[in-house]
Design a protein around this ligand. Structure first.
Ligand code: FMN
Length: 251
């Protein structure tokens, strides 16, 4: 693979938030997991496990737990004025269902890949072993799980599938349904399937504002209300992706 092909895959992968119910070949799931588990991790500790959920009853329970969870997140997000809210939550309370559909429209995905994390495995990392056991060096742990996530999404994209990263707020409802023991935790839910809409190219801020030569360029440093401008910009970049998930405009 050359750079252009690699960049092509990176640009093709978008977060997909609505899926066709059509099943995907079983070996696609195996391929995705096989690719994902080559992700780099601190000390090669590989602090992850996977659960493949296809049973409609279990899927429904997982999804319902998420909708409940999402409902709580919606009300917390109302603390911000609409302009600066998460792009899926920038709707009036009367349109709350739209917010739920934008971020929680993944119900129909034929497979939910549940990524689990086991903090004890972080003893493999020098940094984690230096601090406490499961909570130590959160950065190395969270980054390792992040690398896993990205690798998994890229693998799905390489097979022409869409995937969404779904973060959860609480553990207990999922633990009850999926029966994973303490201290294992659910890291993310990744619904996978054929996209129900076409996503356009990814939207990113210009690279030049993020790159410094030799020493930090203070003209690129944000102060005071610059942060609000920044938030405004990324909200604008994010909104089309969420709107497209409910059939409004292009991703
Ligand atoms: C750490 C992290 C957490 C995220 N959490 C969620 C999430 O809970 N739900 C969701 O729909 N997208 C989530 N996303 C996806 C981002 O919104 C998405 O990557 C970003 O808007 C860029 O869009 P793209 O993935 O289509 O390029 C998350 C991404 C990352 C890296």
């Amino acid at each position: 693979m050359d750079y252009d092909e690699f960049l092509g895959l990176l640009r093709y992968r978008r977060t997909i938030r609505r899926f066709k119910p059509d099943p995907i070949p079983d070996d696609y799931v195996t391929k995705i997991l096989d690719a994902a588990h080559y992700a780099m991790s601190g000390g090669n500790s590989q602090p992850w496990e996977f659960m493949v959920v296809k049973d409609p009853e279990i899927k429904e329970k997982v999804f319902n737990a998420f909708i409940d969870d999402l409902n709580q997140m919606y009300y917390l997000e109302l603390q911000r004025i609409p302009q600066y809210r998460h792009p899926a939550f920038n709707v009036s309370p009367e349109e709350k269902q739209k917010a739920m559909d934008m971020i929680g429209g993944w119900k129909d995905a034929p497979v939910y890949i549940i990524v689990l994390e086991d903090g004890r495995k972080m003893f493999g990392s020098v940094l984690a072993a230096r601090s406490d056991s499961t909570g130590g060096s959160v950065n190395v742990f969270a980054s390792s799980m992040g690398h896993l996530g990205m690798t998994l999404h890229l693998a799905a994209a390489s097979l022409g599938l869409g995937s969404q990263r779904v973060d959860v707020g609480v553990q207990e409802p999922y633990r009850q349904v999926l029966k994973y023991p303490e201290p294992i935790r659910l890291n993310i839910i990744v619904p996978v399937g054929y996209p129900a809409y076409q996503a356009g190219p990814p939207r990113r801020l210009p690279l030049r504002g993020m790159v410094h030569s030799d020493q930090y360029d203070m003209s690129k440093y944000m102060r005071g209300e610059d942060f609000l401008g920044y938030l405004d910009k990324i909200r604008a970049l994010g909104r089309p992706g969420y709107r497209a998930a409910i059939g409004e405009g292009k991703a």
